[in-house]
Design a protein around this ligand. Structure first.
Ligand code: DC
Length: 228
């Protein structure tokens, strides 16, 4: 059973994904972390993030692993490095290279296969490309103001003002949704959940209901909180 959680940054994907995995007793994979590790590999190799063959070579000669929510590069935990501002900038061109994506997607699929095909997987293209047959596909959204405020609470972004964070989210949304390879978009059969006025437990409860019904959005509606 794969549960695919897609959406742009700051909508609560990571928090929701971790909580869901705990409640379901299965593991979770943050695919953004795998692209960030690829960006760290490129930067450490002194490679221009826009140079696809050089980035691919750097990534192919590195070992990216993910265990219990921790991302590793060549055996070293690199969580702090992956959240740095430099990596947050470099990951946009790195994750836009089709051959780099091919390599990282293979790694993501293998990671899930190694866990008997049971996982909650969060990202941008999980329901559309990586696991198009996922049991449940969810696409999370939230208003730009709410997303920026949530990101401001993340340690990675705490140095920046809310308006700088909003500008960075806007830049990444645009880059992620207009790139040629696997752009960010809602899968046709995903259920869209607007998390703007929902707390984590409400979002998780809505997704658990979908899991219990074993369905995607083919017969689904949009879910919006009441704000109550
Ligand atoms: O979720 P995040 O912010 O850690 O993701 C970092 C970057 O990786 C994001 O800007 C786009 C890219 N990404 C992607 O292209 N595909 C995914 N499945 C996940 C992330």
């Amino acid at each position: 059973m794969v549960i695919a959680i897609d959406g742009p940054g700051g909508v609560g994907k990571t928090t929701v994904t971790r909580r869901l995995a705990t409640l379901l007793g299965i593991e979770y994979l943050d695919t953004g972390a795998t692209y960030r590790a690829a960006a760290v590999a490129a930067l450490r190799g002194g490679v221009d993030p826009h140079d696809e063959p050089a980035v691919l070579a750097a990534v192919q000669s590195s070992e990216i692993a993910y265990e219990d929510g921790v991302i590793f590069l060549d055996g070293e935990p690199v969580v702090a490095a992956t959240r740095s501002e430099g990596v947050t900038k470099a990951v946009t061109p790195v994750s836009a290279h089709p051959r780099v994506r091919q390599h990282i997607v293979a790694l993501q699929r293998q990671w899930v296969a190694d866990r008997g095909g049971q996982a909650v997987v969060e990202g941008r293209d999980i329901g559309t490309v990586v696991f198009p047959d996922a049991l449940v596909k969810v696409y999370l959204t939230a208003s730009p103001e709410v997303r920026a405020a949530r990101r401001a609470g993340d340690t990675e972004a705490s140095q920046l003002s809310v308006s700088e964070i909003a500008a960075d989210l806007h830049r990444r949304d645009h880059a992620d949704s207009t790139r040629q390879a696997s752009p960010l978009r809602k899968a046709e059969d995903a259920v869209e959940i607007d998390t703007s006025v929902m707390d984590v437990e409400e979002v998780v409860a809505a997704i658990l209901e979908l899991v219990a019904e074993g369905r995607t959005g083919s017969n689904a509606e949009e879910i919006e909180g009441t704000g109550s």
